[in-house]
Each structure stands twice: as C-alpha cells, then as structure tokens.
Design a protein around this ligand. Structure first.
Ligand code: NAG
Ligand code: NAG
Ligand code: NAG
Ligand code: NAG
Ligand code: NAG
Length: 536
C-alpha cells in the first residue's frame, strides 16, 4: 500500500515536471511553424526477417503491399539494424548512436526504473524543435517509469504498449512457444503459466493513461492502424509537418491473428500474421495518399532479425543463414551478430522524390534515419556528442551511392559482454572477434568463442557466412590491417566521446498497474464475475 502511494506521488510529480517542460518549451522554443518541411513516417516491424519481404526473397509471397512499395520506391538490401535485440536497436534508431554511446545495451524490464538516458536527445525532440507534431504508436521499450515515458521524450502523442507484448499476460494469448494461458482472474489461479510471462497484465497506454489492462491483442493491429490514420489526418489538417514513429507488434510472438487460421486459405500463424502486417502498411500508405503524398517520406524497416528459438513462429533470414555458427549449434539470427541478426528489410518511399523501383546495395543502418531526417527537416543536431549514423538523403534521392564504409555490430546478448563491438563490416568483409549463437529451435546454444586474429568472411562470395577466409591467403593478409585499423579508430572515437549510462536498476513501483487490488492489475471490466476487479 505504501509503495502504491509513493508511486502515485512520483507519477504526479512527473506530470508536473512534464507540464512545466512543455509550457517553457512553448514560450521559449516557439519556432516558426515549420512550413514546407516534409512529413516523416517510420514503420518499424519487430523481429522481421530479411527473407520475410517478398521483394527480397521470392519464396515469400505474403507481402503484396510492401512489394508494391518496393516498386514505387527504393529497396535496400544491405541495410542493418543497430543491434540485434529490441531496446538497444530502438534506442539507436532514435538517437543515431550505438548502445556503447547512448547507454542502452540490453533490454529494459517491466520493473525497470530507468530507460534511455535523459541526456540523450531523441529524433522526436529534434523534430519537435522544428515545429513538428510528433507521435509514437506501438511498442516503446525505452523505459516507461517517470520521465522515461515517451511523452517526455519528444512525443506529443503516444498510443501503445510500454515494452514487448510477451512481457505480460493477456486474455488473448495468441501463438507462442511454449503456448501461454490467458491472464488469471483470481489469485488462486495466479501461479498458472508462470513460465510464460510476468504476472502483471500487459497495459495499453494513451499518453499517460493506461486505457486497457490487459490489452486485447486481437484488436491491437486494427487500433494501431486507426490511431495512425487519425494522427496523419489531424496533423495534415493542422498544416504543421509531422513525424510518426509506428513501432508494430508484428512479427514478434505471441502472434495474434484477427482472422483465425482455421480458415483453409490461411497458411499457418506466421504467414497469416505477416499478411496482416503487410495489409496494415498498405493502410498507412493509403492514409498518406489521402493527405499529401508528395510531401511525405515513408520508411519501413525492422528492429532485428527473426527469433529463431520460436521455430515455425519465427521469420526467414533468407540466404543469410550464418552456416558457420549453425554447424556449431545455436541460431544465427536475433541476439547474434551474424547477418541474420541485424540485416533487415528496408524500403523508402516518397512519391516524386525517391526514384521508383530501385534496388540499392549501399551499406546503411537504421541509425542513418536520425541524421537523414534531421537534415531533411533542416534541424540542427544535438551538440556535444558524436553519431554513428550519417545523412543519407543523397542516397535516397538517387544522387549518391556512397554508404558506410564500416559498420559496427554490437553484441546483443548471445556472446560476450552486452553492447561490446565484437563484429564489424568493412566494405563487403565481415570480421568476428567473438562468435556465439542464440538459442535455436532445437534448444542448442552455440558456445561463445574468441577469435584472435578475427574470423573474416567475404560476404560478396559467401553471404551464408559459411567459410571464413584462410588466414594464409593474401586476401586475408590485405584486409586484416584495414579491419584492425578501423576498429582501433572506432574505439578511439568512443573513448573521446560523451558516453551516457542507462539505469538498469529494478523498482517494483515502476510496474505499470491499473488496479493494484487485482491479481494482474486488471483495469477493464472482466466479465467473469461482477466483483472480480476487487479480487486481491
Ligand atoms: C495526448 O496528448 C496530446 C498532446 O498533448 C493531445 O493532443 C491529445 O489530445 C492527448 N490524447 C489523449 C487521448 O489524451
Ligand atoms: C478483442 O478484440 C476483438 C477484435 O476487436 C474482439 O472480437 C474480441 O471480442 C475482443 N476480446 C476480448 C476478450 O475482449
Ligand atoms: C522494375 O525494375 C525491374 C528490374 O530493373 C524491371 O524488370 C521491371 O519491369 C520494373 N518494374 C516496373 C513496374 O517498372
Ligand atoms: C562533450 O561534452 C562537453 C561539454 O559537456 C563538450 O565540451 C565536448 O566537446 C563534448 N565532446 C564531444 C566529443 O562532443
Ligand atoms: C550524459 O550525462 C553523463 C553523466 O553526467 C555524461 O557522462 C555524458 O557525457 C552525458 N551524455 C551526453 C551525450 O552528453
């Protein structure tokens, strides 16, 4: 009870701080209304595989809307998420900096007191300063307690869940491995399904308010589409430019399909869910067409590769199978630095600006989104820090084919210390100082192995990462010093940068809870008995 009281106090304090922030911002930061600046929509799919996009991988036939987007825009085939797990990947997208700089090196929990460090500046803050209306719809996972809430991180509007949708029970548990039961309704049933989720039901937020707990996952995709469409329409009507960050629940487990797969034409939960996501993207594109497509950049990508441990409920890495690792056990997808972990689908669409039907092999990263959008909005970058992304607008407009020469892949949990750089790209070469698999469908976990000198693969010949270069070959001898040099320069750059540290401590009071009197914090009418909300 005391804890609850404290939590409410903190919440109120947080609201007032936020209010003052917004007021002072209105008074002092009142820049020109941002006319003629382009609108931006970033759609981030969760756990999507490179091979889940039909335009990338002909075996996939479930993404007609995305494939159409590829025909009307630019498709990037060597595009990488900044990390191979959720929170670090999202933190990097919104700051343009790797986890070793912004402090977010592993996932936040339901009880996390902290989040993305408060002195890191988000893309939303940068654009808001330029007069943009900003919204985030979907999964946040960068801290939800107090000042870490998205409404304090530059977003005017928030509708979504604070972390992954397998981090809390629901009444509509969907497809998962192992399958999870629905939320218990009474304390007597509370021990049930403990392996599946934390006890607290998954909350749905609109701004600061929990509007549903547990969230009804079945209807969530449709709600996201509706809220996104409303946001686009309202923002367009206001004549101010907008930035919408739409972080979908698809393709992460549990998979939730609105149309049950008992229907013979629906080919299994994963593909049915992929089709649903594809249709959702189509709806967003329609909304863009309804309100000025010639001034809107739509960028679709993913946060990391497929979660192979979930077997047939995970996506396809396409040809990026990480054979070297697979031969030693473990998976080579999400949570690893193998290509399958971070090479993600990416499409950029902007009618009349981005050339249509172009496949680009330029080496890019989700961290480029920050600097590219800031540049297109003519925004100034936050001072006193360095970035890992670059302004790639010339690449988008087909005027340049110059991407990154090097890209650094942080460890994301499968091997080594979180956030450390143990793999890197130099042109078409990929070097590993540490390898290790994540848990595979068969339950195996590839052992952590250290490589000095590093394993080097030539991805131009060996995109499966099957056979590393023989260290005796002249190819290896020539490329090794360039890789060693690139890594040394990078580490030197980090050592002289301003590095933030995330608070990963736990506080039970950080748990989002609608009704603490209820066994799972349930806040909606639960139907089972008239007084079930009063259950302790
Ligand atoms: C959320 O906050 C935004 C910005 O303050 C406001 O315009 C909107 O009405 C709020 N939405 C709800 C449902 O409270
Ligand atoms: C969840 O939402 C779906 C679709 O909107 C609806 O059909 C279903 O009845 C809802 N389920 C619960 C448990 O509220
Ligand atoms: C797209 O490009 C491909 C390859 O260059 C070409 O074969 C195809 O006809 C183009 N499609 C359209 C609709 O322009
Ligand atoms: C780090 O921040 C300080 C101010 O706190 C600034 O003087 C310095 O230039 C910054 N370093 C970098 C690399 O931007
Ligand atoms: C954030 O604050 C920490 C602690 O004061 C500092 O070390 C770090 O350089 C700051 N980060 C940035 C980007 O200025």
């Amino acid at each position: 009870m005391e804890m609850l009281f404290l939590k409410m106090l903190l919440l109120f304090a947080g609201c007032f701080t936020g209010l003052f922030y917004h007021l002072s911002h209105l008074c002092t930061g009142g820049k020109r209304a941002g006319q003629n600046k382009p609108n931006f929509i970033i759609i981030l799919a969760d756990d999507i595989g490179w091979g889940d996009l039909g335009a990338n991988w002909a075996e996939t036939k479930d993404t007609p809307n995305l494939d159409q987007l590829a025909l009307e825009g630019m498709r990037f085939v060597d595009f990488h998420s900044a990390a191979s797990t959720c929170s670090p990947s999202r933190a990097s997208l919104l700051t343009g900096r790797l986890g070793i700089r912004n402090g977010v090196t592993h996932n936040f929990a339901v009880t996390s007191a902290g989040g993305l460090p408060l002195n890191e500046t988000t893309l939303a803050e940068v654009l808001k300063d330029e007069g943009y209306i900003t919204g985030v719809i979907g999964k946040w996972h960068l801290g939800h307690s107090g000042l870490y809430h998205p409404n304090y991180r530059g977003f005017d509007y928030y509708f979504g869940i604070p972390y992954s949708h397998d981090m809390g029970c629901t009444d509509t548990p969907g497809y998962n491995l192992p399958p999870c039961p629905a939320c218990p309704r009474h304390s007597a049933a509370a021990s049930h399904g403990r392996d599946c989720y934390t006890k607290v039901a998954l909350p749905l937020f609109e701004n600061f308010t929990i509007v549903q707990q547990p969230v009804n996952l079945t209807g969530l995709a449709a709600e996201y589409a509706e809220k996104a469409t409303q946001f686009i329409q309202r923002a367009s009507a206001s004549r101010r430019p907008f930035f919408l960050y739409l972080a979908l629940a698809h393709m992460h487990v549990p998979l939730e399909i609105t149309q049950p797969p008992s229907h013979a034409s629906i080919p299994g939960p994963y593909r049915a869910s992929l089709r649903e996501m594809d249709a959702l993207v189509g709806q967003i594109k329609d909304a863009v067409h309804g309100s000025g497509k010639e001034n809107t950049l739509l960028w679709f990508t993913g946060d990391n590769g497929p979660w192979a441990e979930k077997c047939e409920l995970s996506g396809s890495v396409g040809p990026f199978s990480g054979e070297w690792q697979k031969q030693r056990g473990g998976s080579a997808a999400k949570r690893t630095t193998w290509e399958g972990g971070h090479r993600v689908p990416a499409l950029a669409y902007w009618a009349g600006r981005i050339p249509a039907n172009v496949t680009s092999t330029v080496l890019l990263s989700t961290m480029d989104i920050f600097l590219t959008l800031a540049s297109l909005a003519k925004a100034s970058l936050p001072p006193n820090r360095r970035f890992d992304g670059s302004d790639m607008s010339e690449v988008l407009f087909g005027k340049s084919h110059q991407g990154h020469k090097t890209l650094f892949h942080p460890n994301s949990g499968a091997a080594g210390k979180d956030g450390e750089i143990k793999a890197l790209r130099l042109a078409h070469y990929k070097a590993f100082y540490t390898t290790g698999g994540a848990k595979a469908c068969d339950g195996s976990i590839g052992p952590e192995e250290h490589h000095q000198p590093p394993l080097i693969f030539n991805l131009a010949r060996d995109r499966e990462e099957q056979v590393p270069l023989d260290t005796q070959t002249s190819e290896y001898q020539v490329v090794l010093p360039a890789i060693t040099g690139a890594l040394a320069d990078f580490l030197q750059d980090i050592a002289t940068d301003n590095i933030s540290t995330a608070d990963y401590s736990h506080d039970p009071a950080a748990t989002p809870c609608c009704n603490p009197q209820h066994v799972v914090c349930r806040c909606q009418a639960c139907g089972c008995s008239p007084d079930c909300n009063r259950e302790l």
